[in-house]
Design a protein around this ligand. Sequence first.
Ligand SMILES: Cc1ncc(COP(=O)(O)O)c(C=O)c1O
Length: 422
Amino acid sequence: MSDLQKRFQDIIAPVIEFDYPVEIIDGKGSWVTGADGRQYLDFTCGIATSNMGHRPDAVVAAAQNQLNRLWHAGGSYLYDSIVDAAEKIVDVAPDGIEKVLFMNSGAEAVEASVKLARKVSGRQGIITFRGGFHGRTMGSVTYTTSRAKYRQGYHPLLPSTFVTPFPHPYGWGMTQEDANAYALRELEFKFKFEVTPGEIAAFLLEPMQGEGGYYPASSEFIHALRAIADEHGILLIADEVQSGFGRTGDWFTSQVYDVRPDILVMGKAIANGLPLSAVGASAELFDKWPVGSHGTTFGGNPVSCAACAANVDALRDFVPGVNRLSGYAFSRWAEIKEQRHTIGDVRGLGLMIGIELVKEGNEPDTEAFAAIGRHALDAGMFILNCGPDGNVIRFIPPLNVSQDDLDRGIDILADAIEAYEG
Ligand SMILES: Cc1ncc(COP(=O)(O)O)c(C=O)c1O
């Protein structure tokens, strides 16, 4: 154990899990450098956050410039970077997103979106979708059902929250069409047996489920939800904390599906790693939220907002290229899948690709990820998993990854899977 590991263990609350006990001292682009001087290919992207890789020049310059001028305002007075960031976001966000509220973390933005929905609709019920991850605070963990362990020991959670299935075609052994039909039928039953639609303020869902196993909603399912929401005056909250800012092939997955969210929740890649999150909605909706009924000390921090504005501009050069890289990565993974029985499914959108590792009978193979993660580390690469069984590789390179590094990452993982199969 290194000296830092020992100090870490002695002083940091062990509830926080770190995936790799490796000391990193520097990061640039798709690469980070260890304290021992070793270079590692970083395909964790800080959990789908550094979409522009580590320390992109323009974002660093904007943050440094702001740091030298004003770094905190606490909602006491105006400053330019918060307006700059909001304007940039609205420019790339789905149609109908006209104003922005800045918060600090994804969980906090999720909670703000639910408070907004409840306050303006006068309704209390929230419908969430099984497998969704929306954060760890008491409110957001109520909506999180990607793994039971995230909720274990924290009950009672918030009342008037109803959980309904999200289509998981591979997990259920169904076609996408059948999975959509099943999920929609269950929603119909929810309204018939448990709660009337008129009591529901919002549907809260990830258009592309992240922690739950990298399942895209499918156009058919999300458009069906939009229609049901319109029929009953329910607001559609799209939690795009993980799937936003170019990750899935357009600025937001809602645009990939050409569906209009009433409320858009953003975080993670919004400022490429500086702490910031946001809620977007129409002016009409936000203007119904009484002044002072929500607030924050750190939300919309000047430095994070300056980084956000520069980050959106920097991403403009790369978002249009995501689908080409995605097509290439999917075709390579399809070839590898042909040769490796451990790969049960390859799915996703853009550069948010899940590779599901299975045993015989398509049973989740949790061990496989552990072995592949170790192999990748030995080969100089960091990678994350997801899914309730931890058996889905998250393939999330930075969006500005070079072709060579993309191939290198795929090669390392393909070798690791081959080695696991023996
Ligand atoms: C879709 C989604 N929503 C919300 C969150 C919570 O974000 P944070 O960890 O910043 O609170 C996450 C984090 O992984 C997420 O993926």
